[in-house]
Design a protein around this ligand. Structure first.
Ligand SMILES: NC(=O)c1ccc[n+]([C@@H]2O[C@H](COP(=O)([O-])OP(=O)(O)OC[C@H]3O[C@@H](n4cnc5c(N)ncnc54)[C@H](OP(=O)(O)O)[C@@H]3O)[C@@H](O)[C@H]2O)c1
Length: 248
């Protein structure tokens, strides 16, 4: 197992689902973890308890990372508490699915702001310190929907495709400072985001996945932990699919 001893990680949207799993996995490998949440303090405190009871180091911090003040406050809190940020995982995300004819402009804005603007704002706030330290790992959670497009998700697919563009552009910008920027693209993972998907849609999707199943939260977290590790030092600007082979 890769070690992240002495590293400091910030995980946005870590109160539930995939972000929760990533925070727990990074802490298990020795990183001090900032658990960001927006509207679920009890869930964030549960993640904090799970990490500290297992002997790890963590703190929870409330911030709406789609706002500049929220993103800046989150990264400042991490530096104030632990002195630096080595690893930033831009995971916070949401959906407002509908066909384009029925989708409100507000639903487009909410999804773009929560998924893409937040990743840009947090990256901007984190990269200055990483450049100074000549070390950094930025890992953006995109989606297979951003790679192949998904009907009913013009807003979400656009936000996730945007994250891939952000990943590649930033990787080129900061590579000489020993900062890597990569994306992880989960397929379907059972979380609050997907639990209400219609049964017939799920049944249509499973035969399209070579492994014949959804990914687990832990499997996504392992990919993030690898990209955060020293073993992944020469990997940048990449999109790693964790999707059972659904997109290839
Ligand atoms: N589940 C899947 O199948 C799947 C597939 C591909 C990609 N993904 C991506 O994986 C990421 C996590 O998804 P999930 O399924 O774990 O979703 P989830 O269970 O709905 O959790 C979403 C998390 O994002 C946080 N969040 C939302 N808006 C925020 C904001 N403005 N500021 C800070 N935090 C915010 C939530 O915090 P609060 O509860 O505290 O508000 C929560 O912790 C998302 O980027 C999603 O697009 C998921």
């Amino acid at each position: 197992m890769t070690t992240l001893q002495e590293k400091v990680a910030v995980v946005t949207g870590a109160s539930r689902g995939i972000g929760r799993g990533i925070a727990i996995e990074l802490a298990k490998r020795g990183a001090s973890v900032v658990i960001n949440y927006h509207s679920s303090p009890d869930a964030a405190n549960e993640v904090l308890a799970a990490i500290t009871e297992a002997g790890g180091t963590a703190m929870a911090f409330q911030a709406d990372v789609s706002t500049e003040d929220g993103a800046n406050a989150l990264l400042k809190a991490a530096v104030d508490a632990y002195g630096k940020v080595d690893i930033l995982v831009n995971n916070a995300g949401t959906t407002r699915d509908n066909v384009i004819m029925m989708m409100k402009a507000d639903d487009f804005d909410t999804v773009l702001n929560t998924n893409l603007r937040s990743a840009w704002l947090c990256s901007k706030a984190a990269v200055r310190g990483m450049m100074r330290k000549r070390y950094g790992r930025v890992i953006n959670i995109t989606s297979v929907s951003g790679v192949s497009g998904q009907a009913g998700q013009t807003n979400y697919s656009a936000s996730k495709a945007g994250i891939i563009g952000l990943t590649k552009a930033l990787a080129r910008e900061v590579g000489t400072r020993n900062i890597t920027v990569n994306a992880v693209a989960p397929g379907f993972v059972l979380t609050d985001l997907t639990k209400d998907l219609p049964e017939d849609l799920i049944n249509q999707m499973i035969p399209l996945i070579p492994l014949g199943r959804w990914a687990t939260i832990e499997e996504v977290a392992y990919a993030v932990a690898f990209l955060a590790s020293d073993e992944a030092a020469c990997i940048t600007g990449q999109v790693l699919n964790v999707d059972g082979g659904m997109i290839m």
